[in-house]
Design a protein around this ligand. Sequence first.
Ligand code: ATP
Ligand code: MG
Length: 639
Amino acid sequence: MTRYHEFHRHSIDEPEAFWRNEATRIHWETPFHTVLDRSNPPFARWFVGGRTNLCHNAVDRHLAQRAQQNALIYVSTETGIERKYTYAELYAEVNRMAAVMRALGVKRGERVLIYLPMIPEAVFAMLACARLGAVHSVVFGGFAAPNLAARIDDAQPVLIVTADAGARAGKVIDYAPLIDEALSRAAHKTPRVLLIDRQLTPEKLVAPYLVDYEPLREQFFHAHVQCEWLESNEPSYVLYTSGTTGRPKGVQRDVGGYAVALAASMEYIFQGQPGDTMFTASDVGWVVGHSYIVYAPLLAGLTTVMYEGTPIRPDGGIWWRLVQKYGINLMFTAPTALRVLKKQDPALLKQADLSSLRTLFLAGEPLDEPTATWIAQALGKPVVDNFWQTETGWPILAIQRGVEALPQKLGSPGVPVYGYQLSLRNELTGEACAPGEKGVVTLGYPLPPGCMSTVWGDDSRFASTYWSGAPDQPSYSTFDWGIQDDDGYVTILGRTDDVINVAGHRLGTREIEEALLSHKAVAEVAVVGVTDPVKGQVALAFTVLRDAARYEADDARAALETELTATVDRQLGAIARPARVHVVAMLPKTRSGKLLRRAIAALAEGRDPGDLPTIEDPSALQLIRDALTAQIPVPVPHR
Ligand code: ATP
Ligand code: MG
């Protein structure tokens, strides 16, 4: 047994001892009396009776040793603003915001909906809620009014914090009409709206009970607001899942378990030391942003970099220049961003001095082999893929380099993280799979600290959506499909509803996508299963090409399709061969960059894709429709 195996075993066999030890990483105002309460499965309560506060642990606790260290570096390539906040300054800003919220009537346990772009005030507002014991619900800035209204009705906030505008790729997105419409659509009447005026737009919000932040901030400039000491299992926030597979679920998180899990992950997975600088290129509206832009780096005494902008403006070298300028040690983003960067001039990466960078972390969707190989070679540093969900709050699968730097295997995010009792199970029988056998990635009860406590306001939805098996030994489904090898490495093959069944063979769409991506003409690809009268289902592929102009002529296009299907034949066998490989200019994705395969499948079967609240660009759907109806010649079959 290697160090990793021992460590993982210990966390599963003796969870109380393991997590009691990890709990010393944070400050407890009142110590807990019970590490783990498992009296009511599938619910679990961690550190019962303990009182603590996320804001105290992320901010106040560092003042003694690192008041003058930067806590937050803010960079916006949209507005040209760069600002630094030391821990002392962050403390002051959070106290101002907390005092303003308190003056507006926000109390412990009440919800505050934060609908903000990537500006420092988003971090201040989250931490201010934590300080007051209020429950924040951050909604990704720029979601359309109906999505926002649905979340207002679900969370029932007493306050909405918003801004005049967001900015994306040089375009100002006026929030006023969005907020106005959302407020009038929502059944819940939010008593107050707090406006951060960035002065990006002359439009004025006319929301009822609107208050401007700036004069209030002045009024409470020297405020000190006491931290509310919350019982470990009180809610800290509600965050909705990305909505890739349907109606988003309101994930409720606790206080103590989350703080402990994140603090531990900073050592064992991210190897972040106090004083290090971490740049997580995500958005505070997503779970990666909650955990690794805001809470984890601050809990561990790092400097966090918050970035508003795209990875390619002003050019594809911007992130690498930030690494050089701020001496960034840890970077975290999604594979989508890397695929975008891969299409840029590779020289841009070489122009920056990247010597400070130790590791690049990637999560959110499958990391395909060509992208993984490209970035690992270009950087010459470890690239750590990690698999997790909004529900878990921190990684489920990863190479935990702070425990043991096990070798990477291309295509796999690694081995189960300590605390997670992971198994692959047969979709129908629930039986554990043998190594090499495909199954659903499931987690044993209890989930470790930091994972969701319940679905907001709906305990029965939590139990019925995620859990199955015997009542005293339930198991949690990730709804992801995977395969585990003899060494324990798991490869994610797609979501369970992305699995296709061709003449009785179960195939993950991911496997076919990987095969297609190995062809150099292909930049991005989505594979879906569509009903077929003979085979049950067949695979259909939609690709975005690296150099589409080269394949504009019909015969070039047909020849490429022949080559691509032959590539799948070679790698997976003819059974996996897509019936057609269509070329499109863009694929439909969520705003967090995840492929909307279900919508593509619906279109391919002539069905309505339904409501897609989180789609990035709805015109991508029309491109799919066009591709499906285009009269392009069917390629000559090979063999
Ligand atoms: P919804 O649950 O509302 O449909 P979602 O699942 O897209 O939305 P998230 O919680 O943001 O919302 O995404 C988690 C999912 O992302 C995982 O279940 C998995 O499908 C995918 N994922 C995350 N990280 C990885 C990874 N490293 N490799 C493969 N897939 C990943
Ligand atoms: Mg999900």
